[in-house]
Design a protein around this ligand. Structure first.
Ligand SMILES: [Zn+2]
Length: 58
């Protein structure tokens, strides 16, 4: 971890374009800054994965 991506601290991430995919509900990807899984909440707005967990499978 370093301090080069303060926006991530505010849950505003930027996806790696090459890793973005559609999972049937939302676009999901990997943040190019913090490398965490992210999910698109709204147009141009990416937040940390907010649908993960066993309950969301299936
Ligand atoms: Zn990030």
């Amino acid at each position: 971890m370093n301090l080069l991506f303060p926006l991530c601290w505010f849950n505003r991430h930027s996806p790696k374009r090459s890793r973005v995919k559609w999972d049937g509900l939302n676009f999901v990807g990997i943040c190019r800054n913090c490398k965490k899984p992210i999910r698109r909440r709204d147009k141009g707005r990416w937040e940390k994965e907010w649908m993960s967990g066993p309950a969301s499978l299936g």
